[in-house]
Design a protein around this ligand. Structure first.
Ligand code: CA
Length: 364
């Protein structure tokens, strides 16, 4: 019934659009879709991979929806659905591709099975920080590639937040030598997981709700999650006291992705509002993560020990990553092409970053 009502609504809206187009000058008519919304109310269904109002990520998308409504004078309503309400958490990509939902908010690395290249859009171990990722998307060709490859799934992606540097994770035992990693079971997704595998770790994927119990019972020996704020909330410190500095997710990207056909049907005004609100959401989320992480670190129980991996680990991780990237490039032409674009910006940016950001962080 709901679907029928929705279809009817679309037909009416399209009719109204065709009528108003008659009164517009020719050059405006040549642009696809409607330009000015003229008060027509659009309602979009957006599903997330997070529990309702999940701190920072979930509240970020709630705020985004409110901003769209405010900026559009109430003509753009985005209904946000927590995970598993409309579709299971990790089926949002397929559901949006098939137009069962209009949009989703999730993490890009979940979809590497669709195309291995997607993992690079989510972030690179030992690679770009959030600000560099955002610069690569906007100025270094990242967005063009992401949209081209998502376009094949009838999807249109926008960055929908970024986490800033993530921590290396919680370990039940200290890692003092590279050998200590051998045979460990660790919850770690994405390219970071592939690197760990090469170092002898057995990477596993667990839904958020199962990680703490698995760690407590010793089903897994270690887990990464995000950073102090969200990690503290999950209580991992009670089961694994060694908290390692980060390396595998220096600037992970969250996505705000739309069904492409639906996106193209939106008025130019609504598309501009969504784009601006997504930019605002991304900036705010990065700031909120920084503030909340700093605060949570200060309030971390005394039993927590902040640790650094041994020097040999970083050397080995760099070598393992190079192998992983080479293997993926040999398997996937898309991966190779995205990696080349990523590397081109890395090469351009590094000399400047070394004499600016890196220098300033060291001297201040
Ligand atoms: Ca993580």
């Amino acid at each position: 019934m709901k679907r029928r009502a929705f279809l009817k609504g679309t037909a009416v809206a399209t009719g109204a659009l065709a009528l108003s187009a008659c009164h517009r000058p020719k050059e405006q008519d040549a642009v696809s879709g409607a330009m000015i919304n003229r008060g027509r109310v659009e309602t979009l269904k957006l599903a997330t991979s997070w529990p309702a109002h999940f701190p920072i990520m979930g509240t970020g998308v709630d705020r985004f929806a409110k901003r769209c409504e405010a900026l559009s004078g109430g003509s753009l309503k985005i209904s946000v659905y927590a995970k598993n309400i409309l579709v299971p958490a990790l089926q949002v990509f397929d559901a949006c591709s098939a137009a069962q939902i209009d949009a989703f908010h999730s993490g890009v690395y979940y979809w590497k099975g669709k195309n291995p290249a997607f993992s690079i859009f989510g972030g690179m171990p030992l690679g770009f920080l959030s600000e560099e990722m955002l610069t690569w998307f906007k100025f270094g060709g990242g967005y063009a590639l992401w949209r081209e490859l998502y376009g094949k799934f009838n999807l249109y992606p926008l960055v929908g937040g970024t986490t800033g540097p993530q921590m290396g994770g919680w370990f039940k035992k200290k890692i003092t030598r590279l050998e200590d990693l051998k045979g460990l079971k660790m919850r770690i997704p994405g390219l970071g997981g592939e690197v760990m595998k090469k170092l002898g770790v057995n990477p596993v994927l667990l839904p958020a709700g199962e990680i703490y119990t698995a760690l407590e019972r010793g089903t897994i020996d270690a887990t990464e999650w995000v950073g102090p704020a969200l990690d503290k909330m999950m209580g991992f410190y009670k089961a694994a006291p060694y908290y390692y500095k980060g390396w595998h997710e220096p600037g992970s990207i969250l996505e705000l992705t739309f069904n492409k056909k639906r996106w193209e049907k939106l008025s130019e005004e609504h598309r501009a509002i969504i784009t601006a609100a997504a930019e605002e959401m991304t900036a705010t989320m990065l700031q909120e993560f920084r503030y909340e992480n700093a605060k949570a670190l200060r309030e971390m129980p005394k039993s927590v020990e902040i640790c650094d991996f041994p020097e040999t680990f970083y050397k080995a991780a760099h070598d393992a990553l190079a192998e992983v990237l080479e293997e993926q490039s040999a398997k996937s032409a898309d991966f190779k092409r995205v990696l080349e674009s990523y590397n081109a910006f890395y090469t351009l940016n590094k000399p400047y970053d070394d004499i600016s950001t890196k220098h300033l962080l060291e001297i201040r």
